[in-house]
Every structure is written in structure tokens, then in C-alpha cells.
Design a protein around this ligand. Structure first.
Ligand SMILES: Nc1nc2c(ncn2[C@@H]2O[C@H](COP(=O)(O)OP(=O)(O)OP(=O)(O)O)[C@@H](O)[C@H]2O)c(=O)[nH]1
Length: 343
């Protein structure tokens, strides 16, 4: 019976999970951003609303310091129901970034795009009178940078799509030349947005943080087994409201039971009617990413959690080299372990 169901209190630590997804084009993108900085008036850093703490990439703060920053929390529609708890969370996020301004956006909300456009076009002091204003849009992979750019352009200069978007990370590979999102007074003037490739954090401190980033789509779906990711989603669904998947099964902590039920109900079956659990896992994950199976935040955003996160960052934010060393050491350990198991 549903009333006797007890969700898992913790998700197990998965030591074998990769902790890095820092690719060649991430590093190249970041270096190019640094070289552009002198011609940039403002940095818009996009973060995913569903992982406000986990999606912080310290490399943006380090590499792009010295320029004013606007924080835009994207995909608000996937994490907020507009309830008092959501509004409280947004207040905490604003306080966290103060004095940098913070705005929240949903691709489907013209009002949120309008608010961002107003901000980007209103501060006269940022606009250089000869070249117009140049704004760099940065963020983790798949956070919605290109979508935001297109929405701003549509609203600001009534023009169509200028940047490719897609459900998997890594669609934008190169830094663009600048897309006009608002007209200026003279020739060549206006507000220009420069789209950039998403850059992943060099090292993810724990397996749960990696699962969160993978669940929101910052990591390609081939990096973590879909069943593992679906299990992590189930852990959250059960914490939020197990009835979110009642169409498929009664509350359960066993992902294989849920995946089999989904496979049968949606026809994801292999030869001989065997449930295709991998395809079912991918389907559940995709459905959640598009707002089905509930709209909620994966990070715990409370004043205490924020203080804890800040203390952790002060104490142990690893440099890129330290992170690489840690990844290499983890790989070495794995190889040693494998060798020991085979001898
Ligand atoms: N529901 C919802 N989906 C969004 C929103 N913004 C973007 N998306 C979706 O998120 C996915 C990624 O969007 P992109 O704009 O391609 O992300 P990006 O940050 O440019 O990605 P990279 O190319 O990896 O840098 C797409 O499937 C978008 O449709 C939003 O506000 N709400």
C-alpha cells in the first residue's frame, strides 16, 4: 500500500562513476573567452534552475573575473511551480550572488525574456558609444544559452533563430561573432550577444553531483548508464511524490521493477517480449527533462546548505591541475583494482 512506502533516505555513493567531462572544446572555448574579455562589457552566466549549487563552475569566475556579471537561472519552468517554497528558494539564490544581479528564465515565458532584455539594454554606462554593447553568454553544457540568445533576438529585433539548439550537450562548439539583440542609435550600434560552447566543471567532487549534472543533461547520455541515471531519478521522484509515476507502477525503490513496467506499458520490448530496460530508462529521463514526472529542483537550496557549500568551496575547490591529477589517480586505482581481481 502507498501509505506504508518508505523512500530511500540516501542514494549510494558510486565510486566507479566518472567525475569529469572536461572536453577539448571546453578548454579551447574557455581560452578563447579569456582573449575576448577586453572587448566584452558584461558576462551573462547561465545556470540550470534545477541544480543551482551543483552547476556552479568556478572556472567562469576565475577566468572571466573583472567584468560585471548577470546570473540567469534558466529552465525555471522545469523546477518551479511558483509556490511560496519556490519564491523563497529564489530569494536565497539572489542573496547568494549579491551584489551581482540574478534573473530567472523560461524559454516559454515571454515575460522572463523581456525582463532579461530590459536589463541588457537599460544600463547606459555599459554601452560603449562606438561599438555598441558586447555581452558574452557562458554556462555549463546544455543549460540553454543558445535558446536564450534566440529568444532575446526574436523579442529584441524580431529576427529568427541565429544559434543551433538541441537536447544533448555540445551543440555549440565555437564562439560566435556576436548576434544583435537590440538596435542602437547609430550605424553598427546596438546590443550584441556572443554565444559560447558550454564548459563543464573540471572535476566533480562526488558521484551524486555528477548524477545531478547528468540528469539535467549537462553530460552526454552515453557517459553514465541510463539505468543508473533512471535509478537516481527514481530516488528523487520518491522523495518528492511517488504518485508522479503512478501511471506505470505503485511506489517502489527498485528501478528494475519500474523500468519493466514502463517497457510493457510503452511497448519498449526486445525480441521475445523482453523489456528493453535501457530504452525505458532513457525514455523516463527524457520525459523528466521535458517537464513530465514532476517539476522540481535536485539541489537542496536552504540557507544552511548554501553556507555549507560556500565553506566547502573555500576549503577545497580544486584547481584544474589538481582535478586532472585526481582523475588520473582514480583511473590508476581502477586499473590496479581490475588487475588484482584478475590475478
Ligand atoms: N523547458 C525548457 N527547456 C529549455 C529551456 N531553455 C532551453 N531548453 C532546452 O534545453 C536544451 C538545450 O538548449 P540549448 O540552448 O541548446 O543549450 P546550450 O547551453 O546552448 O547547449 P551547448 O550547445 O551544450 O552549449 C534544448 O533542448 C532546449 O530546447 C527552458 O527555459 N525551458
Amino acid at each position: 500500500m502507498a501509505s506504508s512506502f518508505v523512500p530511500r533516505a540516501v542514494f549510494p555513493t558510486l565510486d566507479s562513476l566518472p567525475r569529469s567531462y572536461f572536453l577539448g572544446h571546453h578548454r579551447a572555448g574557455l581560452s578563447k573567452m579569456k582573449t575576448l574579455l577586453s572587448s566584452i562589457d558584461l558576462v551573462v552566466e547561465c545556470r540550470d534552475y534545477r541544480v543551482p549549487l551543483t552547476s556552479r563552475n568556478p572556472m567562469f569566475e576565475e577566468s572571466l573575473a573583472g567584468r560585471p556579471r548577470l546570473l540567469v537561472y534558466t529552465k525555471q519552468d522545469l523546477g518551479s511551480l511558483g509556490k511560496p517554497t519556490d519564491i523563497k528558494r529564489e530569494d536565497i539564490i539572489r542573496q547568494w550572488h549579491s551584489p551581482s544581479p540574478v534573473l530567472f528564465s523560461s524559454a516559454s515565458s515571454k515575460a522572463s525574456t523581456f525582463q532579461i532584455l530590459q536589463f541588457l539594454t537599460s544600463d547606459e554606462s555599459r554601452v560603449s558609444s562606438l561599438t555598441g554593447s558586447r555581452i558574452l553568454v557562458v554556462g555549463m553544457p546544455n543549460v540553454g544559452k543558445s535558446t536564450l540568445l534566440n529568444s532575446l533576438r526574436r523579442l529584441g529585433v524580431k529576427k529568427g533563430k541565429a544559434a543551433y539548439t538541441g537536447a544533448q550537450p555540445g551543440i555549440t562548439r565555437k564562439i560566435g561573432t556576436g548576434v544583435k539583440i537590440a538596435e542602437g542609435e547609430g550605424d553598427g550600434e546596438g546590443v550584441y550577444l556572443v554565444d559560447t560552447p558550454g564548459v563543464f566543471v573540471p572535476y566533480v567532487p562526488d558521484s551524486e553531483a555528477m548524477l545531478r549534472l547528468a540528469l539535467v543533461g549537462s553530460v552526454k547520455d552515453t557517459i553514465i548508464a541510463p539505468e543508473t541515471l533512471a535509478d537516481y531519478l527514481l530516488y528523487h521522484l520518491n522523495k518528492v511524490k511517488p504518485s508522479l509515476y503512478s501511471e506505470y507502477h505503485n511506489p517502489t525503490n527498485d528501478i528494475s521493477i519500474l523500468l519493466e513496467a514502463v517497457a510493457h506499458k510503452t511497448g519498449r520490448l526486445k525480441k521475445g517480449g523482453v523489456p528493453d530496460t535501457e530504452a525505458s530508462a532513457l525514455w523516463i529521463i527524457q520525459r523528466w527533462r521535458t517537464g513530465h514526472f514532476g517539476r522540481f529542483v535536485l539541489d537542496e537550496v536552504t540557507e544552511e546548505a548554501l553556507e555549507k557549500k560556500k565553506a566547502e568551496e573555500r576549503g577545497q575547490a580544486p584547481s584544474y591541475n589538481q582535478a586532472r591529477k585526481a582523475v588520473k589517480e582514480a583511473k590508476r586505482q581502477k586499473t590496479r583494482q581490475r588487475l588484482a581481481e584478475t590475478t
